[in-house]
Design a protein around this ligand. Structure first.
Ligand code: HEC
Length: 523
């Protein structure tokens, strides 16, 4: 009897200890999946509610087990980046255990309210908007489409860029967009063959990229660290667009919004964007894996200036297998930039460092990659494989590693770039969304009073999210309404008690299992 009771007890305690959607699992999906998996996002499979997720658990189990989702190619043990998308090992275990234990919902009234997504501009109207013409994708099943557009910026004076936001015209078909500055105005639009992936001139510089779920590029712009990229009169904006297989007939017109410093701003440090590592002299014979490398500067003496490095962007095409970049200092120490053990052409990005690596005089920058030109590479555009050379088409290959960098100043490596870049999200959109929630005053620089109608005894939670879907403050956690009219206050601070930055936030409410939301602007 005792034995039966203790077995029963064990069984009951496993049930009660098991994770539930409403307690442990929903916050992980909100934080790590929802920015792409929401209604209107890049993925056609929304994963923000228990119903949506529970119908997909078998696929989720497979993708999460294999680290295919969230997509995040860099090895985080090699270097640390801003906006890391990977699941922590604890989050991964929580999701997999939850699925293995029967993916229980728990009490829906306890589910934290989900983040709200803003598919318009996060950073606001900006100073210059450049839009490509409407393009109709030519990507039939089995073939991706790549098109390039060179558009005059119309700039009438030289300016300094502090932020760049790329807004896909059609979020469901823009797989990536790379934005270049062409100071010569000589690049040409190539939207004919669906195979254009890069500009032709060395003077054309890649400055920003969009991949689904990515955050706009926001350089720190407040003392002590004001960074900027100059753009000159007559510059053309070059868009390299990628539309995935099966998007044939769908239309897109992507735009890029530039934010400039005021003309009289002083103390701005110039950021350079350049393909420091490049190799245009290699041959990839069929049926073998070939190693390609690059080094900068030429000769044996290394860099002649001290440099702080902001970001790295490795670039290969479909035969890419892996790529690594690092630097060797004069004392032979290694500075690690990036290690992508499984190259994925579909998820290219600028990876901004959490802390800027410092390169002293005499340092040499290196890159090293492998290309798999065998039939084992499922992305190989040729079957049987043929010899492939460097070139601009997607079916040619490239070996490039871009960097954002600047002249070093003492203390650069101590800046917390994640905090500084996130703080740039300000200057925002008008409020428009009402669904029974009223907020007063809004905008406000101080307190917000949040009101909505319920029933006496209703359970409610209220969370303030930022535009990235990150929790800023939990202002009500499973409270019980004592009145029909529910009122709460956000004091404008984060949970850590710090003043929240100026900008756009979302208030998200769970009222007895029903979700309500509204935008808040703090100024
Ligand atoms: C950066 C964007 C992004 C993030 C973050 C992301 N995904 Fe995805 N996911 C995609 C894209 C794009 C696809 C493929 C296209 C589609 O589903 O329409 C995909 C596909 C999937 C699929 C296959 C869907 C299907 O219909 O077969 C699953 C399952 C999945 N993701 C789970 C997750 C989970 C779980 C997370 C979080 C732990 C996550 N994803 C995070 C972009 C993302």
């Amino acid at each position: 009897m005792n034995r039966i009771i203790s077995i029963l007890f064990l069984f009951l305690s496993t049930i009660s200890l098991a994770q539930t959607w409403s307690n442990e699992v929903a916050p992980i999906f909100y934080n790590k999946c929802a920015q792409c998996h929401h209604q209107g996002g890049i993925s056609s499979t929304p994963l923000t509610t228990y119903n949506e997720v529970s119908q997909m658990v078998y696929a989720i189990n497979a993708y999460v087990t294999d680290d295919e989702m969230p997509p995040w190619p860099p090895n985080n043990n090699y270097q640390q980046y801003v906006h890391n998308r990977a699941l922590s090992s604890t989050d991964k275990t929580t999701i997999l255990d939850w699925i293995a234990n029967g993916f229980q919902e728990g009490n829906s009234a306890n589910t934290p309210p989900p983040p709200v997504f803003n598919d318009g501009a996060i950073l606001g109207a900006g100073d210059l908007v450049v839009k490509m013409p409407t393009y109709t994708s030519k990507a039939l099943a089995g073939h991706d489409d790549y098109a390039c557009f060179s558009i005059p910026s119309g700039l009438t004076s030289n300016r300094v860029i502090k932020s760049v936001e790329i807004i896909p015209g059609n979020r469901q078909i823009v797989h990536h967009a790379l934005i270049y500055l062409d100071p010569t105005g000589n690049e040409v639009t190539d939207s004919t063959g669906g195979d254009c992936s890069s500009p032709a001139l060395q003077t054309t510089k890649l400055i920003a990229g969009y991949t689904p779920g990515a955050t706009p590029m926001t350089l720190p712009s407040v003392a002590p660290l004001k960074l900027g990229i100059p753009i000159t009169t007559g510059t053309d904006i070059y868009f390299a667009m990628h539309y995935p297989a099966g998007s044939f007939g769908e239309q897109d017109s992507t735009k890029v919004i530039f934010h400039f410093y005021p003309n009289n701003e002083t103390g701005i440090r110039q950021v350079y964007a350049a393909a420091i590592i490049e190799n245009w002299n290699f041959t990839l014979p069929p049926d073998v894996i070939t190693n390609v490398s690059g080094s900068y500067p030429p000769g044996n003496n290394g860099l002649t200036n001290e440099i702080s490095v902001l970001s790295v962007f490795p670039h290969m095409h479909l035969l890419g297998k892996d790529i690594k970049s690092f630097a060797i200092k004069p004392n032979l120490d290694t500075v690690k930039f990036i290690d992508i053990p499984h190259w994925d052409f579909h998820w290219q990005d600028f990876y901004f460092f959490k802390h800027m690596p410092y390169l002293p005089i005499g340092t040499t920058i290196k890159g090293n990659g492998n290309y798999d030109n065998t039939t084992a590479n499922l992305e190989n555009p040729n079957n049987p494989p043929i010899t492939v050379y460097p070139g601009l088409n997607t079916t040619d290959e490239m070996f490039l590693i871009y960097f954002h960098y600047m002249t070093h100043q003492a203390g650069d490596e101590n800046y917390d770039m994640e905090a500084l870049m996130t703080a740039e999200v300000n200057n925002l959109l008008k409020d428009e969304n009402t669904n029974g929630v009223s907020i007063y005053p809004n905008p406000s620089s101080n307190e917000f009073s949040i009101n909505f109608e319920g029933k006496k005894g209703d359970k409610y939670s209220i969370i303030i999210y930022d535009t990235q879907g990150k929790i800023v403050s939990t202002i009500a956690d499973k409270l019980i309404a004592t009145n029909e009219s529910i009122t709460s206050t956000w004091d404008g601070n984060t949970t850590q008690g710090e003043t929240a930055k100026k900008g756009l936030y979302f208030v998200s409410i769970n009222l007895n299992g029903t979700f309500l939301s509204k935008r808040i602007i703090k100024n």
